[in-house]
Design a protein around this ligand. Structure first.
Ligand code: FES
Length: 616
């Protein structure tokens, strides 16, 4: 029987690897690359808006789409450049993925500032020498273990575990080690040799995943391992992931399986480094934003996309590791911290735990800046929180030369007589990440290249105080002026990097969203900027940005830079606290319930503040 048109398959060759893939007619190059495990940048998730998935392609392909005509110049098209998410195969195709489009791992922030807490984990191992049954002592095996344990209350044991008891007890002359997690006997093993009990705390970020291996008998961190979140090939931000779940049949399963695989890989790495096996992991604690939380649990997060953005679940829960196919002891308890709302997730709860702002007499703002800015204000025992859609500018997306914080990204910029910059890994400049964007715009504002409204001025503008070498970098662009940040001779692959008028506008939108969210919470608490004790910046962007630049462009309220503190990966630190302390986990559950969430879209004053805060 002959194949129908849609069933036809073609040969797609991906260079430079030379990998050959069979693909159905009508599939996009991006879809084919994803299923073949070829990592291509696709920040917008494939909806044709970011223009970052550029590839060279020759062969049978669909006509150029409107999105391609918008993002690709006539010269680009003449060279055979296509957007991978737009070009659909019609027959055999050869695709060359340029280095600038290959998805590369970004630098990952692993450490953060945490609190000292008393060690009080759920899971403990008890070496036991049990008395043997006699005609006078006919207690059951399970009863015998239960009464030997220093526990109050009931003890549960799953059928699969109960089945092992006769063999293990009698095979070891009734000398065993019982591993209990909360009120459950989860493992009984041979002998009474004291063995460490391990746990892993995971911070599941939208872009990166970090795992911390902890010895639960000492609280000591044994190892840390991190990776990119493999879901990034389906889009850089939460909105792109939600779109993928909504639009792709099986999208939820793909994203769920991807994150479980990433956690399992980290577990294997950590176990290997510590010379243990994943079966020695008896407990886990997980934090992540609400979307990551749902995807991890294989819960459909689609309803987070439209208003009113309600999650399926916010309460803290736990599951056995085997329920999620996690690489660990099958009955290991996996604790998932609670969310506060659809866009203020368990990662922020972790940050609150780690920073200790729930217990302060001061006026403290905690901000985690990403595609969404999550903000918490704490003052005298009361906490309010909000989330604000900052857009992806601080992640380097939707910026003409933007990129994630990976090797080659310009991460710091200072203007002297000319432009000075540094790149991650000291590589040739390939693009601009969020901290670099913040710096360059702050400097452009300082020397007058950008005026207070955000306009890139003309080089002969009378208010421009910039040195000549900076002034001559201003050029007429397609939509207003552009600023030449990196000449072609300096850039990777001979590419010049420009800051366009639109890039400045994207930064204005992002900084205004964050600042307006902070302003709303301050107004809610009746606190002025002069009364702020400090601003804590959590997360990667908050860690790498220059506080002076953040202050200069008005991203943060007007306070001295000495009052701005980066606290690193606070979410990960919070996950660690939740792993080693039942008290902290209970605290997290209470905090998530008690924090007052403010939905900014219901606030009439938000748009007013947003408009005001667009100015520099
Ligand atoms: S335009 Fe193709 S992934 Fe964004």
């Amino acid at each position: 029987m002959s194949k129908t048109a849609s069933e036809q398959t073609f040969e797609i060759v991906f260079e430079p690897e030379g990998k050959v893939v069979q693909a159905s007619k009508g599939a996009t190059i991006l879809e084919i690359a994803r299923s073949a495990g070829i990592p291509i940048e696709g920040p917008c998730g494939g909806d044709g808006t970011c223009g970052k998935c550029r590839v060279f392609a020759v062969g049978g392909l669909s006509e150029y789409s409107d999105a391609e005509k918008k993002h690709l110049s006539v010269e680009d098209r003449a060279q055979g450049i296509r957007l991978a998410c737009q070009a659909r195969v019609r027959s055999d195709v050869t695709v060359e993925v340029p280095r600038t489009t290959q998805l590369i791992a970004q630098r990952i922030l692993e450490s953060g500032a945490g609190r000292e807490v008393a060690l009080d984990p759920d899971t403990k191992a008890y070496p036991l020498a049990l008395s043997k049954p006699t005609l006078e002592d006919q207690r059951t095996d399970f009863e015998r273990i239960k009464q030997a344990l220093p526990l109050d209350g009931e003890l549960r044991g799953r059928l699969s575990l109960l089945r092992t008891l006769p063999r293990i007890l009698r095979g070891n002359d009734f000398e065993i080690t019982a591993v209990c997690s909360d009120d459950e006997l989860i493992h009984v093993h041979d002998g009474r040799a004291v063995s460490p009990v391990y746990g892993i705390a995971f911070d599941i970020g939208t872009t990166t995943v970090v795992g911390y291996l902890i010895d639960l008998t000492t609280g000591e961190q044994i190892g840390v391992s991190a990776s990119m979140n493999p879901q990034v090939v389906y889009g850089d931000d939460v909105i792109a992931r939600l779109s993928f779940v909504i639009e792709d049949e099986g999208g939820l399963q793909k994203l769920h399986r991807a994150i479980i695989a990433a956690l399992n890989e980290i577990t294997e790495t950590l176990a290997g480094q510590a010379h243990i096996t994943p079966e020695d992991i008896y407990e886990m604690a997980i934090v992540g934003n609400t979307c990551m939380h749902h995807l991890f649990l294989n819960i459909d997060p689609s309803q987070l996309a439209p208003s009113p953005f309600v999650p399926v679940l916010s309460e803290a829960i736990w599951v056995h590791a085997e329920e999620l196919n996690l690489s660990a002891y099958p009955q290991a308890h996996v604790h998932i911290l609670p969310n506060i709302s659809g866009y203020v997730g368990a990662d922020i709860v972790g940050g609150i735990l780690a920073s200790g702002i729930f217990d302060t007499e001061d006026n403290v703002v905690l901000v985690d800046i990403g595609t969404n800015g999550e903000i918490v204000f704490s003052a005298k025992g009361k906490m309010v929180a909000c989330a604000t859609a900052a857009g992806p500018a601080f992640e380097g997306a939707r910026i003409s030369c933007g990129m994630r914080g990976a090797p080659g990204a310009i991460d710091q910029v200072v203007f002297g007589d000319d432009v000075e910059y540094t790149t991650i890994g000291n590589a040739r400049p390939r693009g601009l990440c969020g901290s670099g964007l913040l710096d360059v715009v702050a400097e452009m504002v300082r020397v007058g290249v950008v005026d207070s409204s955000g306009r890139l001025v003309d080089p002969d503008d009378s208010d421009l105080s910039a040195p000549d070498r900076i002034r001559t970098r201003i050029r007429a662009g397609e939509n207003g002026n552009d600023f030449l940040l990196v000449p072609a001779a300096e850039g990777e692959d001979g590419n010049a990097l420009y800051i366009t008028a639109k890039d400045v506008r994207e930064l204005q939108l992002a900084k205004s969203a964050i600042r307006s969210g902070i302003d709303i919470l301050m107004a809610e608490m009746g606190v002025s900027a002069s009364e702020l004790s400090c601003v804590l910046l959590a997360g990667a962007f908050g860690n790498y940005l220059r506080k002076e630049s953040a202050s200069a462009i008005g991203l943060l309220p007007p306070i001295s830079v000495e009052k701005i503190h980066s606290i690193g990966n606070a979410a990960g630190e919070g996950a660690k606290l939740a792993l080693i302390s039942q008290t902290e986990r209970k605290r997290a559950a209470v905090l998530a319930r008690e924090i007052q969430y403010i939905e900014l879209s219901t606030r009439m004053d938000f748009m007013e503040k947003f408009t005001d805060n667009m100015f520099f």
